[in-house]
Ligand binder design. Sequence first.
Ligand code: SF4
Length: 402
Amino acid sequence: MPATENTTGRMTSRSTDRATEHTTTGIPAKSSIAPLLAVEGLTASYRTDNEVMIPAVRDVSFELREGEVLALVGESAAGKSTVAHAILGLLPHSAEIEGDIYFRGWRMGDLSSEELRRIRGDEIAMIFQDAAASLTPTLTIVEQLAELFRAHRDYSESEARQLAVEALSRLLPDAQRVADSYPFQISGGMAQRVMITLATALEPAIVIADEPTANLDAAMRHETLAVLEQLRDERGVAVLLITHDFGVVARLADRVGVMYAGEVVEMADVRTIFRHPRHPYTFGLLQSLPSIDGGRRLTPMRGSPPDLAALPPHCPFLPRCNKAISRCRIDEAPTLQPVESFAVAGGSEIPEATEGTAAADLATAGEPAKGADGASEAGRDAEIEVVHRVACYNPIVVPRVE
Ligand code: SF4
């Protein structure tokens, strides 16, 4: 398949016309311009034993296109993982969901259970946070992987086992030994690689990575991110990245949605988020990042997230916000609005970004980034028009983090 340029400007061997083909699930794309995934007005609430509704996700909307990495960031309990689980239909029965989720233009609520099963196995895969706990302890690794090929590709037992070992060998040098092991016989790093192999073996169009580097040492963290980069760059896989780690965001993401109290409060391309944050919460998150050279004072954010069971009618960030104005105390919470529109370089890649160092240093970078050829990216800013959306009555007006 010839290399083509995806929507983020990267080269990929996966055809960008794949949306118009019949997919392995047998479901054709509804439209050639439909995004791979569209989430519209998603609201998810959990019902407690006391019949209290906890709104974990409130009116979240976004799109994900081929080869794109969208990061959802925010503190714990911001609703990030609930969004991911809602997409895969993994929320518990106590959850009540509103809104729509579309895959290749098809509303998932209208699909049959067989079509959904196919999509969730073949086209949308998930890398769970705790790899070791997500593997079945009573089955060997090869049995778990072979089951994927049998159930979704109709391979025979021997063929499925052979494909399973081949898939493992892409990430593990001693694939056969790992294949014959039970999950409790392998290290945490190996379990993580097995989890990634399980998620990507069928070459899904979308990988949802829920805190993929949590609890990993530096070497394993680097390897995990390298695998995700490879999937994105070589196969055009789209990634929905759930994380609170801005180092991971700086390295991988094209766009960022900042979540607070179940809502997206700011959404923009990654460079804009780091260099020109507009929502006071985003600004606070970036201020609390340590600088690699210690040249910027670390400012922890005061307060803690609100009780979701007792959200106020006004902006939920108000008690922690140092930019609040009188309107914030009077009016209902603001909704996501465009605050600026401008062009950025195609791909919004960050050449200087290196995992673990980029986040805070990107935020303080003063000059426009230079491309590999040394040319100012501002000089070729014509490819993608970006609308920066923020839910705030008094967005940051001095847009550089100092
Ligand atoms: S709406 Fe008001 S309280 Fe909320 S983040 Fe903006 S300035 Fe702060």
